[in-house]
Design a protein around this ligand. Structure first.
Ligand SMILES: Cc1cc2nc3c(=O)[nH]c(=O)nc-3n(C[C@H](O)[C@H](O)[C@H](O)COP(=O)(O)OP(=O)(O)OC[C@H]3O[C@@H](n4cnc5c(N)ncnc54)[C@H](O)[C@@H]3O)c2cc1C
Length: 390
């Protein structure tokens, strides 16, 4: 896949090389062993943190490396192209954006340098709830004002990495739905210090999923949150969460591009070496065309990811491109995953080839952090001007 690599921007080559070198210490055996036991890749995350990659988007004034989103996307892409999985820690990179954009000076000074140093982990965010799902504005977790703060009651689901994070970015309702002027108001964002809250109104229960993802459900039972942990203005939380979604979508799209590159490289190599009927299977068009198609889809999606990151970094509205990038990249990685299994025949199902693991991992991105249908709805409504469907 040297051609796939050569499509990359030269100025990012040193970052990409450094990520690749780090990932070389975490080969398939490492991920397979963790996958079997559903264990967290603590050593891998520690290595990324130590190298400063997860603090890439934090500005230099707060101790980060002040990279733009394009460079951050290259980091996530390389992790996945190397066969590793950034899902264990990608949120450490972008969740802090809510504090950076909407937090007070005091909050920025308190949290961002510690996050940049890796002393503080902010890689859990609680938006999704079991009853409301994609319909975020119907979420039921409440934060009621008290004399010195808020008291939180409710439940979140799919709160990934909660057991491996110190802080949780929480979206909760502070004004009942029928009392707000605009339907997008009445939700607020809080920074919950889970080290203090655990056992005092906060319960975390892991959910075992089809891939190793460290996701959980989280319960709040009269959990106290100090007033100073409210981010921005009360009632404006939905807007703050939305403003971080483009970055998240672009970074996850970049992970999908990395996955697609891994599957294409793996399938291409195998198709050249596996000899049947006295010729490599890759000589058959029935085998080579799906690989070529996966490559074409990956390249098209990769260009959209680059365009989305470019617009984001230029401060332009990247909403449409971020959604397009996520849709196309997730489709490209899923097509490539399926193609890779097919190219390997029975061996595609064998654990030791890593394909079945990556296949399970990349499947997630048709559903999270936003499902394909909801992206199509966004494009239909906001780009094509069709009537709102929900
Ligand atoms: C492993 C994993 C990790 C996750 N991590 C996090 C996390 O860290 N934090 C967090 O807050 N959330 C997280 N999520 C939640 C994720 O964002 C949601 O699963 C996703 O947004 C879909 O919501 P849902 O599961 O409630 O599905 P639902 O909203 O119940 O939707 C079910 C299906 O119906 C479709 N659908 C729903 N409404 C419409 C409509 N109007 N038009 C067309 N189709 C529709 C959806 O596309 C979907 O296919 C995670 C999920 C998973 C599986």
């Amino acid at each position: 896949m040297s051609k796939a690599r050569s499509s990359e921007h030269d100025d990012l080559a040193p970052i990409r090389e450094a990520v690749r070198a780090l990932c070389a210490d975490f080969p398939g055996e490492y991920w397979r062993a963790l996958d079997r036991e559903r264990e967290y890749p603590a050593e891998f995350v520690a290595a990324l943190t130590k190298a400063g990659f997860l603090a890439g988007l934090i500005p230099e004034q707060y101790g980060g490396s002040g990279l733009n989103l394009r460079a951050a996307a290259a980091i996530m892409e390389e992790i996945h192209a190397a066969g590793c999985n950034g899902a264990a820690c990608h949120a450490q990179m972008y969740t802090m954006g809510t504090i950076l954009r909407h937090g007070s000076d005091a909050q920025k000074k308190k949290y961002l340098p510690a996050i940049a140093k890796g002393e503080l982990r902010l890689q859990a965010f609680g938006v999704t709830e079991p009853t409301s799902g994609t319909d975020t504005l119907s979420l039921r977790t409440t934060a009621a004002r008290t004399n010195d703060g808020y008291v939180v009651n409710g439940q979140k689901i799919w709160t990934s990495r909660a057991e491996h994070s110190d802080l949780l970015l929480l979206l909760a309702r502070t004004t009942p739905k029928d009392e707000v002027k605009k339907r997008t108001e009445g939700l607020s964002v809080f920074l919950v210090d889970m080290r203090q809250a655990l056992g005092k109104g906060l319960t975390i229960r892991p959910i075992r999923t089809m891939m190793n993802h460290a996701t959980t459900e989280v319960f709040f039972d009269d959990m106290q949150v100090p007033a100073e942990n409210l981010i921005g203005e009360e009632g404006q939380g939905f807007r703050y969460i939305l403003s971080g979604m483009n970055a998240e979508r672009i970074l996850i799209a970049a992970e999908c591009i990395g996955d697609a590159k891994w599957f294409i490289a793996k399938a291409g190599a195998y198709a050249k070496e596996r000899v049947l009927f006295e010729r490599p299977i890759g000589q058959n068009q029935g085998v080579q065309f799906p690989i070529a198609r996966a490559y074409a889809q990956m390249r098209a999606a990769e260009l959209m990811v680059q365009e989305a990151a470019r617009k984001y970094d230029a401060g332009e509205d990247a909403g449409a491109e971020a959604n397009l990038a996520k849709l196309l990249a997730a489709d490209a990685s899923w097509f490539a995953a399926d193609m890779c299994v097919q190219t390997h025949g029975g061996f595609g199902f064998a654990e030791e080839y890593d394909i079945e693991r990556k296949f399970r991992e990349t499947r997630l991105y048709q559903v999270a952090p936003i499902s394909t249908n909801l992206i199509l709805s966004y494009l239909a409504e906001h780009v094509l001007g069709l009537p709102r469907s929900y």
